[in-house]
Ligand binder design. Sequence first.
Ligand SMILES: *Cc1c(COP(=O)(O)O)cnc(C)c1O
Length: 460
Amino acid sequence: MREKLRELPSVNELLQHSKLQPAFESFNYEWVKEQVQEEIDNTRSSILAGNDVSVVDDEMIERVLENLARLSQSSLRAVINGTGTILHTNLGRALLSEPAVDAMVNVAKQYNNLEYSIEEGQRGTRYEHIESIISQLTGAESALLVNNNAAAVMLILTTFTQGKEVLISRGELVEIGGSFRIPDVITSGGAKLREVGSTNKTHIRDYQVGINEETGAIIRVHTSNYRVVGFTDKVSDQELVDLAQQHDIPVFNDLGSGLLVDLQEYGLSYEPTVEEMIQVGYDLVSFSGDKLLGGPQAGIIAGKKKYIDQLKKHPLLRALRSDKFTIAALEATLMSYFNLDKALEEIPTLKMITVTQEDLKVKADKLAELINNSKGFDATVEKGTSQIGGGSYPEEHIPTFLVSVSHEICNEAQLEYGLRLGETPIICRIKEGKIQFDVRTIKEEDFQVIVKSLEQTIQL
Ligand SMILES: *Cc1c(COP(=O)(O)O)cnc(C)c1O
């Protein structure tokens, strides 16, 4: 032990080692020195603990370089989504269209008129940029953009219902995830929750009975991430809006996913579109930018100008406002919707939802063939289902094609682990002794990356 301790190199010896020199191109001298010192300290502790640890300079430098490399790896990294879940909240939800990406890059590199009126040559407002396009696409009088739909709901409730009662059906007391629960949002905004009806059935008379002088608003929350089935009944949107208008009470709808086009033609079940809800007469509707709409993370509020104007005056808005990248990406995404065919082609979320079975089969066959060309692997194409995700279309499984893969030596857990920890992390499914890739959410240009990563996995 003593001999080993004596053999430990000094900080200066290691710093002058030729193999360490390239590190100085990426890191300050002090950074590297700190890592070297730490490596020596760790090695010394390890020797004292009786471990058989190498004190060879080369190997110690190797460990220092590994630590430095870890420091320069981003925490937020691109991954390959092999799960088939299109709006995977853990994997960043919607992918942006090319025009949306270009628009973000453009405002990142150039000064822009974020808060400047070009016509008037003076200060303008950031809220103007997306107002007219949302109005055109949804028929709303006015619109406002905030950070996400959770922020939209909080802003609406705080602005209009503080100190008052909010009427909501017991069937709509939703938890969205990440501890965003509608009942808590209502009370934290300073309002009192007034539940009406029951979990499975709420009638218009339940709302009627609940209305009194204290009522600040009626809110409907789209039960986007679960379904109540069986003996159920709910009040129609039109009935609810009519009731609110009779009593001169504001009525809001948290739609969750902002569906701008009807997707029933593509085999999905009916979901209300934003336009329909505006037409029905809700004073305000709110929805996410990065769910079915297929844009950046954002909360969009659309509805009557009288209400939007009040939201614009609330001090909380300053804390919830969107940045220039979101505005740029959202505007570009919305532009695609002026031509539905273009939207289905350009917006990845819509494209992945509407891709044909034939196209998916061709894609799956191609990936399976590439994997089968690698020694020891067995890949087969099977029918399966994908989910839309992001709390949209719960319980809805759309048919897809899966590539199931096994290896003659490695088991499925080893394959999954290797892919996940590879240079480009690949997230796949595991089923009955195999790993599975749903080609719906995989880009063809990533096929080679998958094959390479599989090959590296079995070498570990
Ligand atoms: C997803 C969802 C939200 C939260 O939207 P974010 O944009 O994720 O903040 C709120 N309400 C409903 C009904 C939702 O589905």
